[in-house]
Design a protein around this ligand. Structure first.
Ligand SMILES: [Zn+2]
Length: 190
């Protein structure tokens, strides 16, 4: 299904929505098309270019403390399907600090892991194993969030997803799953 990237008024990426939803926002004068996709969207009364990227005309505040949900798929995407101990293809998730030792089921304690490393590590702390992480696990970046939402990122979206130090909400703007309900209600009179 074709989708559109929704940017906040500040150009912050906010959500990924079905194209029809993006068209409704544009026709309702709530958003402008920043980048047109290929093809035309048609209804009985309208014929418009398919929007690939739209920008809201008003600012949506993204709640500060909301965090994106942790899932197996999301961890695998963040870690590029590679074991974070040896680099082989990952098959499992591993808690760096084992749950039996009080380790949390959080982004900064869960990594993709191959079966062999998973078996070798068992419920031990890293310091007890001689194993090392390829990189410390962190909550995903915007880019990987969009990847989680759509499977792959269309080229025209990439410039809008690049990390920007200037952005005040960048740390938490990856929350694509919840963002859509912050958007304006569907207009019925489009
Ligand atoms: Zn491994």
């Amino acid at each position: 299904m074709a989708r559109s990237l929704v940017l906040n008024a500040t150009y912050e990426p906010l959500a990924v929505v079905p194209v029809r939803r993006a068209v409704v926002l544009v026709l309702g004068d709530k958003a402008d098309v920043i980048h047109a996709g290929s093809g035309t969207w048609r209804s009985e009364r309208h014929s418009v270019e398919v929007p690939s990227v739209i920008r809201l005309r008003y600012f949506v505040r993204v709640p500060y403390q909301r965090r994106a949900p942790l899932s197996r798929r999301a961890v695998f995407l963040r870690d590029d399907h590679r074991c974070q101990y040896c680099g082989r293809r990952a098959e499992n998730l591993d808690h760096v600090i084992p749950r039996s030792r009080g380790g949390a089921h959080e982004w900064d304690n869960v990594v993709a892991c191959c079966a062999r490393c998973n078996t070798h590590k068992r419920d031990r702390m890293l310091s007890e194993t001689g194993m090392r992480l390829v990189r410390p696990p962190e909550a995903p970046t915007r880019l990987s969030w969009v990847a989680v939402a759509v499977g792959e990122v269309p080229d025209p979206w990439v410039p809008y997803l690049a990390p920007s130090g200037a952005s005040p909400v960048s740390r938490h703007s990856g929350d694509f799953e919840i963002a859509e309900r912050d958007l304006p209600p569907m207009a019925t009179s489009a």
